[in-house]
Ligand binder design. Structure first.
Ligand SMILES: [Zn+2]
Length: 627
């Protein structure tokens, strides 16, 4: 490509940029063009490039974010393939007729040519503003009280949280200086503008305005009654998205509160021992435990109302020599709905998962792993991916953790006799295309899954096993016919969550001979790898880690594996068949590859991943996983 072409944007500005930064080659683009002319499609070139697996959605998004392109929103949407040329022409024509003229984006949304959410997220790419959903779970009530509701509604913004000495504010239009001015004045502090949709800003404002509980919570910042403290401990945990448990431990001279964050306990707060008694009593009242009892273990449950959402919390009091140790487990943690490409599956693996499993019309897709391995997130991403106008999706979950529009979700509730068994019996009569069974817990649910797949349904479900092969063998041990399993299960995905190295304090790390021994690798097997480790900083609470990333093992059943199952081969033999014939990359290998790319550490993969065989060299893993 000549510099001249770059200027004129022969392939469009986005593709030119991708070539420029070295993610695409001219040869690839030329090939994509040939493909497009062969299959005679109107598809945007960028779509074809994605389908050819030259680039992922994430790579494109990140490149665009890092290099702000100067182009008109209409062209931008068209190149990304979000609107067609005809839609754009129509919108421009409609816009021209309007008095007063609205922005092109608003016209597109008003005429249903693009979804507002999609437009907003693209705008955030183009304009570089972070896109956020100011769900009231995360907005700071103190900040909210600084301004007036009238102002918020007039200028379409809402303060979200403090970031350093600035306030992150969600705007419907962060480009409008009047709105940004109004926010800066109201907050008495500089603001970081972020982008959001008008309806969700409005919903958040209305919610905070009407929520009286917040009134109490604010006063706690000066008043500090025990009621407030307990509320704050719980609310803070709910707000910090990755907290699963709260530990309240009596120490010799003080009370320590820790959160289990990303799977590991971290310090949250300390309180004087003098409030221990009152604090424990307050929690007992909340969970209807015996207030008078202090020397025996007890349990209870709290349904904690927080911003229109009921958090189910299981409480355990354990009598220790220093007093009661209290653990609160947040049960129905709302998981984040991730795009399927964001769940962290390697590029080639994701391609196979979609091609050979998700896009198949029928069959059982099993997601397996222990509690807290991120299965739910994966299942919801799959549902989200399958949720189209043509598909009827129905679920039986215990409980529903994320409500997705357009899906028939059922939350199991034995208290009102809405049992798992009963729901499964009825689910098939709902004429579904996709059935989601929260979990295979017994032979009955396994049979339902297999039967549904036999009758042409796509079934998504989860399982508790160590790895993918273990999942198949567990099914066999549930008295399900090996032939039925081998003819219905299309794939098994095993997964684990690994802590991700904090990007702010990551530094290169040289493996020691001991590390090599532990992972079972020869030094020359690790050619091309760059390991890292977090030094620890305030951003990651000095743990060196921030957030998590999943490691996956995808087993797509082929004829060899099916034969192996029917012949009742041992797990060792089946594992051998899988790695030899299906291109299976084990959990440990996927983790090792992630460590070799500086995403997680050797310690994390040793701590979290099962190891059945020596990992293959990095070069080979790269070939199997895709860069
Ligand atoms: Zn850090």
């Amino acid at each position: 490509m000549t510099p001249e072409d770059l200027k004129t944007g022969k392939y469009g500005k986005i593709i030119s940029l991708l070539i420029d930064v070295g993610l695409l080659s001219d040869a690839q683009v030329e090939y994509a063009l040939r493909v497009r002319s062969k299959i005679k499609t109107e598809k945007p070139l960028l779509e074809i490039i994605k389908e050819l697996n030259y680039l992922s959605e994430t790579q494109i998004r990140e490149t665009l974010r890092e290099n702000s392109l100067c182009m008109r929103i209409g062209d931008f949407l068209m190149e990304l393939g979000l609107i067609g040329k005809k839609d754009l022409e129509l919108a421009l024509k409609l816009q021209a007729e309007e008095v007063p003229k609205r922005k092109l984006g608003e016209v597109l949304v008003a005429h249903n040519l693009i979804e507002e959410r999609k437009l907003i997220s693209v705008l955030s790419i183009q304009l570089g503003f972070p896109f956020i959903e100011p769900d009231f779970l995360k907005t700071n009530p103190e900040l909210f009280n600084r301004g007036s509701v009238v102002q918020y509604l007039e200028h379409n913004f809402i303060p979200v949280r403090l970031e350093g000495d600035k306030v992150l504010v969600a705007f419907a239009d962060p480009m409008d200086p009047r709105d940004v001015d109004a926010a800066t004045k109201a907050m008495h502090q500089p603001v970081i503008p972020a982008l959001s949709t008008k309806p969700s800003i409005k919903a958040a404002i209305n919610h905070l305005r009407s929520d009286k509980k917040f009134g109490e919570y604010i006063s706690s910042e000066t008043g500090e009654s025990v009621v407030d403290i307990v509320n704050a401990i719980i609310v803070d945990a709910i707000d910090a998205a990755d907290v699963s448990d709260i530990h309240i431990d009596p120490l010799a001279d003080r009370l320590r509160v820790r959160y289990r964050l990303d799977g590991v306990l971290v310090q949250h707060q300390e309180y004087p021992m003098s409030i221990a008694q009152a604090l424990s009593t307050r929690i007992k009242v909340l969970c209807k435990a015996d207030i008078a009892e202090k020397r025996r273990h007890q349990g209870g449950r709290i349904m904690f109302d927080h911003d229109g959402y009921q958090m189910d919390i299981r409480v355990s009091f354990y009598a220790t020599v220093k007093g009661e140790k209290i653990v609160l487990r947040l049960l129905n943690r709302q998981t984040e709905l991730l795009d399927i490409d964001q769940i962290g599956m390697a590029r080639r693996v994701m391609h196979r998962f979609r091609e050979d499993a998700l896009d198949r019309p029928s069959g059982v897709i099993l997601i397996t792993g222990p509690t807290g391995s991120g299965k739910t997130t994966t299942v919801y991403s799959c549902i989200n991916q399958l949720n189209t106008m043509e598909a009827s999706i129905i679920t039986a979950e215990d409980p529903v953790e994320y409500v997705i529009d357009g899906i028939g979700q059922c939350s199991i509730d034995p208290k009102i006799n809405l049992t798992f068994e009963d729901s499964l019996k009825h689910i098939v009569r709902q004429d579904p295309d996709v059935i989601v069974i929260g979990e295979i817990r017994d032979t009955f649910s396994a049979e339902i899954a297999v039967q549904a797949a036999l009758t042409g349904h796509k079934v998504l479900t989860t399982f508790h096993t160590e790895d993918s092969i273990g999942g198949l063998l567990r099914l066999l041990n549930m008295d399900i016919d090996a032939f039925l399993i081998s003819s219905t299960v299309v794939c098994v995905v095993a997964q684990r969550l690994l802590r991700r190295i904090c990007s702010r304090c990551a530094q290169p790390y040289e493996l020691t001979p001991l590390d090599l021994l532990r992972i079972g690798c020869e030094p020359h097997h690790l050619e091309g790898a760059t390991f890292s480790k977090g030094r620890g900083c305030s951003h990651c609470r000095y743990t060196g880690y921030h957030k998590r990333v999943a490691a996956f093992e995808l087993l797509v059943l082929n004829d060899e594996v099916r034969d192996g199952l029917i012949q009742r081969k041992t797990s060792h033999q089946i594992r051998h068949i899988c790695t030899q014939t299906t291109g299976l990359v084990t959990l440990f290998e996927d983790g090792l590859y992630k460590a070799a790319r500086g995403i997680t550490t050797i310690e994390e993969i040793m701590r979290c991943l099962p190891r059945f065989q020596k990992p293959r060299p990095i070069g080979e893993l790269e070939r199997l996983l895709g860069k």
